[in-house]
Design a protein around this ligand. Sequence first.
Ligand code: ARG
Length: 275
Amino acid sequence: MCKPEYFGVSYVINPWMQGNINQTTVERATHQWDALLSAVAGLAHVDLIEPQPGLPDMVFTANAGFLFDDTAVVSRFRFAERQGEEAHFERWFRSRRFSVLRMPDDIPFEGAGDALLDRGTLRIWAAWGHRSARTSHDLLAKMLGVEVVSLRLVDARFYHLDTCFCPLDVGYLLYYPPAFDAQSNRMIERLVPSELRIAIDENDALNFACNAINIDSTIIMNKTSAELLQRLHAAGFVVIERDMTEFLKAGGAAKCLTLRVNEPRQHQWMASQTA
Ligand code: ARG
């Protein structure tokens, strides 16, 4: 995670930021971020990266890159406003002994904002349409030797995959179907059995319910409706709500303020499947 010392809305690169320039305070953001950190730290070890002045979106570490095994595919941001983050994240990955791979400079790819591992099978779900280029998906599959399923995002409010799609423990999927085109929805329905799909409504989606951190059976999110809470309980999950409204003004919430850095090694994955 990255402390929101320099967080703010100082440009507009997604619809959430529109009208929110200078409407956040570091004090409120820090208060919410500290509460998120303590919730996560109760379930996992949290490592931090030093925030940098002039990079107000660096708090959204999900966009640092895509991690798998000991490889980090560093992000190549679509917008110049965030490209200054790339070198800092790359340095952090190297300091933690990841072997670092990069997309070609002309192929935008926004890391774990747009590429997510399924939690029930070895598969990467990746999105294109707003930020990452579709061509990044084939490259990602080749770099990591893992199947990548390409999904097309069609609603500008849900511009990153992790704003509308969240693979959960043992193969459940929390998602907002209208954020995807018809073909992508068919693909999701074909690959994820209906009893594992938890489709949410617009109200929950706009509260960033899909931008959730899932650690084992616990889910941390900004806010859930009573109905969604009940469905998640029925699926065996416990939900922790943490107010993330200050970050919603920048178009992010709980999950994109984090990056999971211990994604399973492939051989461990295989072993757990055959055990
Ligand atoms: N303002 C940031 C941007 O538009 C928010 C990023 C949120 N990150 C995420 N993975 N959804 O890039």
